[in-house]
Design a protein. Structure first.
Length: 439
């Protein structure tokens, strides 16, 4: 498969006619006493029957208004949400042996239509004069900043990168979302009065304390850091990658040379993204190496099945021991595992089987084992309690440090984008309560 296909979308956008036909199939179930299952399944609380019904009536801008009222990143979430396990997974039509409504694609249709026409977001309240700093311009930071601006506060967003989006821009496979509509969504949030400061890393405790002193409240939306530092002998060989630089290279048009045989180590959604990207980059043989069985994989089951259908091979109960080669990688020495008693996660603990070593010939290996917390930055905040590296927050996004709130991956260890939006809304309301608002 040619490498140019690496940027092809998994699902093409719906045409106006397709959107009308799909929306017209919706039963618009639910009501004032029993919300529709699809709405209840949406972490952001989007009125799904309402916006689908608006599309069916030929009013995509009205549909977008309902979406953005609950999710300021509705266009991004339409592309990257695991709808199969959320809203579409809750659709009642399969009970009648029919396909679920393609809610994600309909949401994209409505939000793209509105963003292309620069339809404004909801009107902000009167200005309060209160100043709030949001650190991080990923999904949680963008959504929280927009919600705070709608509540009337003066918001400044600080981010170390040159553009917004965080993991969506740099760590989610481009076949889901390359860049659009993040610039349009950011522009719409900026029109609410949010100030963005890119290329603005917080480099010291003093800088952080100065920022805290200049604002009435601060929100940590910093996400997680680099890949977990899991080392193997041979890590320095050419052809050995960590997952985040690998995906970022693809998303910034610096396509890695991967050869014909690729192995990916890990069992989460990032690992699935990488194996599917490797196929799109032209690899002839792609293998996912996971130390447990398919039943214990944290990745979404439907995406594992899609990867299998595309040609990915799976080595279950297998762990890498070392990477082989002179200057360039030629293989991964692996060892078989068997499942033992449950560990702290509740899953069976994998136990190595002595003498079961074998070599998997590969040209490239990508480690997709997880991300590290941002320990240094978080350690600069007095009184901030961490739980296994994650920021401890209450149901309002409040941390244990006065005037500091948090949302997103830094608190939940890497959930969905729409979950980051949900947490961002809670944190924004918590900040508003602190500042004497009416949320």
């Amino acid at each position: 498969m040619p490498a140019t296909d690496v940027y092809a979308e998994l699902l093409a956008p719906l045409s106006p006619r397709e959107a009308l036909l799909e929306a017209d199939s919706c039963l618009e179930c639910g009501g004032p006493y029993a919300p529709a299952p699809c709405t209840e399944a949406c972490p952001a609380g989007v009125d799904v029957p309402g916006f689908v019904g608006a599309i069916a009536r030929g009013d995509p801008d009205g549909a977008a208004e309902l979406i953005f009222a609950e999710n300021l990143l509705g266009g991004t979430c339409a592309r990257v949400c695991p709808v199969e396990t959320l809203c579409e997974g809750a659709c009642v039509l399969p009970h009648e042996a029919r396909k679920p409504i393609p809610i994600g694609r309909l949401q994209r249709y409505a939000t793209d239509h509105a963003l292309a026409r620069d339809v404004p977001l909801p009107r902000a309240r009167a200005r309060t004069g209160k100043r709030v700093a949001v650190i991080g311009a990923g999904p949680a930071g963008l959504a929280c900043a927009g919600e705070l601006a709608l509540l009337g506060h003066d918001v400044s967003v600080f981010d170390a990168r040159r553009e917004p989006g965080g993991l969506v821009r740099f760590a989610i496979a481009p076949y889901r979302q390359l860049r659009e509509p993040l610039p349009q969504e950011t522009h719409a949030i900026a029109r609410l009065g949010v100030q963005f400061r890119f290329n603005a890393p917080i480099g010291s405790r003093k800088e952080l304390q100065t920022l805290e002193a200049e604002h009435d409240a601060c929100v940590l939306a910093v996400g997680l850091g680099a890949d977990l530092d899991v080392g193997y002998p041979g890590d320095d060989l050419q052809g050995v990658w960590n997952s985040l630089p690998f995906i970022e290279g693809i998303k910034t048009a610096e396509l890695p040379e991967i050869g014909d045989r690729v192995a990916v180590i890990g069992g989460g959604n990032t690992a699935i993204d990488v194996v599917r990207e490797a196929l799109l980059l032209g690899a002839g043989e792609v293998t996912l190496v996971y130390r447990r069985t398919e039943a214990e994989m944290p990745a979404y089951a439907h995406e594992v099945e899609e990867a299998r259908e595309e040609g990915v091979k799976f080595l279950w109960l297998t762990v890498p021991v070392r990477f082989l080669g002179d200057e360039h990688l030629t293989g991964v020495e692996c060892r078989r595992m068997e499942l033992g008693a449950a560990d702290s996660s509740g899953r069976p603990r994998p136990v190595e089987v002595p003498g079961s070593e074998f070599v998997l010939p590969v040209d490239t290996v990508v480690k997709a084992i997880g991300q590290q917390p941002r320990d240094e930055l978080l350690g600069w905040i007095d009184g901030l309690e961490l739980n296994r590296g994650l920021i401890a927050v209450d149901e309002h996004g409040r941390t244990t440090s006065p005037h500091w709130f948090a949302a997103g991956d830094a608190t939940n260890s890497g959930a969905t984008v729409v979950e980051a939006v949900r947490e961002a809304k809670l944190a924004a309301r918590g900040v508003d309560d602190l500042l004497g608002g009416r949320s």
